[in-house]
Design a binder for this molecule. Structure first.
Ligand SMILES: Cc1ncc(COP(=O)(O)O)c(C=O)c1O
Length: 378
């Protein structure tokens, strides 16, 4: 891709697409937005010193004051969501001295060893590492009997990309309660949902307080970032290693400061509009799928959406895998490229501030066109 602007991307042959990937969810405002131009000015001052910078202090202050007042006022900063989750589970293990980590089927926490067991490309991960993780059934009360006091922490995306849904509040509350009862730390992986579903992420939407939280994507304002926050007594655990050459580099931290300022003080990111865009997208497509008797449904939560290739209600990724043919997501995304819609291989439709009502309508119309062509698959 060569030129990027708003929610459009243009390839080297001059074809322009509506982008629904938006930097895998990182670009909440839009490509080439004024904020990124402002961030570019930091390049003149410096991009990497590997010594603390004042932006880190400002980012910590925003997070403490407006986002997570109950968490420690110092966050651990790094350069990706994967790294943030790696550090979060290390912190949990260091804090309570236990090794076993629970994670949910259908979840994605990055490419760390131990997160890949169900992934098709999972070679190179020793069995001993996999044994330190327990894969739990998602959105299914049967998970609770497997979460016991021998577990250090449970990591969960408040909304899973593989089956984004807004009816998950009750499950998250039960999980919170169960973890407290069993003395297991609850880690919210808000790398995708943080600052995207609401200023306070999924924790804010569903009103659940995790013990440890991780961020990435949107927080970096288009630059690489990861962050870990935790309750004070957890964060104060001593002798835990977090360093890294690019951790808290001035470019990413300046970008994070600006995006937080944009969200919190300028209130430029309108989460009601983003929710409405998601709902319009899902309702428009579902009306069409139902009228045309298609075995397809649009599901999602706020600006995080997906098309599933079944008309059956699905409770989790396991149901999705049961009903959907394995290749349908990828085949559909490929064909959408001919209709000038760009969807990443992960099949997620991330909407942004730059997806105006007109663009959403155009997006729906383009997808409708493709469903006709897609008929032979089903
Ligand atoms: C929920 C979640 N956690 C972690 C990650 C990994 O983040 P990164 O790709 O920045 O390492 C992702 C990336 O897609 C994600 O969606």
């Amino acid at each position: 891709m060569e030129i990027e602007h708003g929610c459009y991307i243009t390839d080297y042959t001059g074809n322009t697409y509506i982008d629904t990937t938006m930097g895998s969810g990182a670009q909440l405002i839009g490509h080439g937005n004024p904020l990124s131009l402002k961030i570019a000015k930091q390049i003149e001052k410096g991009t990497i010193y590997t010594i603390p910078n004042s932006y880190t202090h400002e980012v910590n202050s925003y997070l403490k004051k407006y986002i997570n007042p109950d968490l420690h006022d110092q966050y651990i900063f790094c350069s990706s969501g994967t790294e943030a989750n790696m550090r979060a589970i290390r912190l949990a293990r260091a804090c309570n001295g236990k090794s076993l980590i629970g994670r949910f089927h259908g979840g994605w926490h990055g490419g760390l060893d131990g997160f890949l067991k169900e992934h098709p490309d999972n070679k190179g991960v020793p069995e001993q590492v996999d044994n330190l993780f327990k894969v739990l059934p998602y959105n299914d009360d049967n998970c609770f009997e497997q979460i016991n006091s021998d577990m250090s922490a449970v990591i969960i995306e408040p909304v899973q990309g593989s089956n984004p849904r807004s009816d998950i509040k009750e499950f998250l509350h039960k999980l919170r309660e169960h973890c407290t009862k069993k003395n297991v730390l609850l880690i919210f992986d808000e790398v995708m949902t943080g600052f995207r579903l609401s200023a306070k992420g999924g924790a804010g939407v569903f009103n659940v307080r995790p013990d440890i939280v991780t961020y990435g994507k949107v927080l970096g304002g288009g630059f690489p970032i990861g962050a870990v926050g935790a309750r004070p007594e957890i964060m104060e655990t001593e002798n835990v290693f977090y360093g890294g050459t690019f951790s808290a580099n001035p470019l990413s931290m300046y970008a994070a400061k600006l995006i937080l300022e944009t969200i919190i003080e300028k209130k430029y990111i309108n989460y009601e509009n983003l929710d409405f865009a998601g709902k319009t997208f899902r309702d428009g497509l579902n009306k069409f799928f139902i009228n045309q008797d298609k075995k397809m449904r649009a599901i999602g939560c706020g600006a995080i959406n997906r098309i599933v290739f079944t008309d059956k209600p699905i409770m989790n990724r396991k149901d999705r895998d049961f009903y959907e043919s394995a290749s349908s997501q990828l085949a559909f995304s490929k064909r959408l490229k001919y209709l000038k819609v760009f969807v990443n291989n992960n099949g997620l439709y991330h909407l942004s501030m730059s997806h105006t009502p007109e663009i959403i309508e155009s997006l729906i119309n383009r997808i409708k066109g493709d469903s006709e062509n897609a008929r032979p698959i089903f």
